[in-house]
Ligand binder design. Structure first.
Ligand SMILES: [Zn+2]
Length: 320
């Protein structure tokens, strides 16, 4: 299978990202930091699924389908549809066509309101502004259209006042009025971002493709990983890096890659993992499960921070 590199802005697969990598990392032997057998059987299928989802997100449906066929994946039609629709709406928004996004926002109004989204209002606002740009010829239509602001009067009173005030300047043109800021071109880029963010939230998807995020994180971490591996081999202490879900040192990926809090057990001084999760004691203090198991005496556990005695069975697992 062969396909050209997508050139979408910000995508780590873009040509630019590859060329910036070349100088520093691409000549190194990166195979040394790979994990043997990592992409066998089930993981291979999961990787293919993640790639297919990424292509759906990017609107590259034909590439996704080709990959499905070649890897023998069967993707349910219902999994694909939301991405197809989102991409269609986003493509229209990029060329300043608001209708598909407006129809989508109106039909999902209740759910959007529930998540405090101002998407529908902002779409109506942009439509209204596009009418203002037509001058007095659109005056009647603009007044008519203002009815669409009604459901948003409570939360967007100030914005609506500004929009209505701008009508006074229709004759001389908004561009020659104190309301010229309404024509700011940046709001078209903003509406694409707002739509993507709110639509993804509605569908329970992350805004960025998980594959893009993992790939970017990998690019940042790779030089550090190659260095660690070299040091480990030099000093012949290969046992340091034997756990698959943990690195021997912390690799700083920058704030952009901070997603959730981590918890280090104050007793064992280790970061908690799926196998050793944080546990909240009855008194409210939190320690890891391994520490809890090591500390209880008979059927009683004494909290290491306050002297409260309790039953270890009452501790509850904490999820971040
Ligand atoms: Zn306590």
């Amino acid at each position: 299978m062969c396909y050209t590199l997508p050139t979408c802005e910000g995508c780590p697969f873009s040509q630019r990202a590859f060329s910036s990598l070349k100088g520093n990392n691409f000549d190194s032997d990166i195979s040394s930091v790979g994990i043997d057998g990592c992409w066998q059987a089930d993981s291979q299928r999961i990787l293919n699924e993640v790639m297919v989802e990424h292509f759906f997100r990017q609107g590259m449906l034909d590439v996704a389908e080709e990959l499905c066929q070649e890897s023998g994946l069967s993707i349910d039609q219902s999994q694909k549809e939301p991405f197809v629709e989102l991409n269609r709406i986003l493509e229209a928004l990029k060329v300043r066509v608001l209708r598909p996004a407006l129809e989508w926002a109106v039909s999902n109004r209740e759910m959007l309101m529930a998540q405090n989204s101002s998407l529908e209002f902002k779409l109506h606002r942009l439509y209204f502004i596009s009418l203002l740009m037509g001058g007095t010829a659109n005056q009647r239509e603009a007044l008519q259209y203002a009815k669409n602001f009604q459901p948003f009067a409570l939360n967007h009173q100030k914005d609506i006042q500004v929009l209505m005030g701008s009508l006074v300047y229709l004759r001389q043109g908004i561009e020659n009025s104190p309301y010229v800021h309404l024509l700011d071109a940046n709001q078209w880029a903003d509406i694409c971002d707002i739509f993507t963010r709110d639509a993804c939230a509605l569908l329970g998807l992350s805004v960025e493709s998980p594959l893009s995020v993992s790939f970017s994180a990998g690019c940042v971490a790779l030089p550090a990983l190659i260095n660690i591996k070299a040091v480990i081999e030099q000093r012949q202490c290969t046992g340091v890096w034997n756990q698959k879900d943990e690195l021997p040192i912390e690799v700083d990926l920058g704030k952009k890659c901070w997603y959730h809090s981590i918890f280090a057990c104050p007793i064992l001084r280790q970061q908690t993992t799926d196998n050793n999760p944080p546990m909240k004691l009855v008194c409210g203090h939190i320690i890891s499960r391994d520490a809890l198991n090591k500390m209880f005496n008979g059927s009683k556990l004494k909290c290491p921070y306050c002297p409260m005695e309790q039953s270890p069975g009452d501790a509850k697992q904490i999820f971040f």
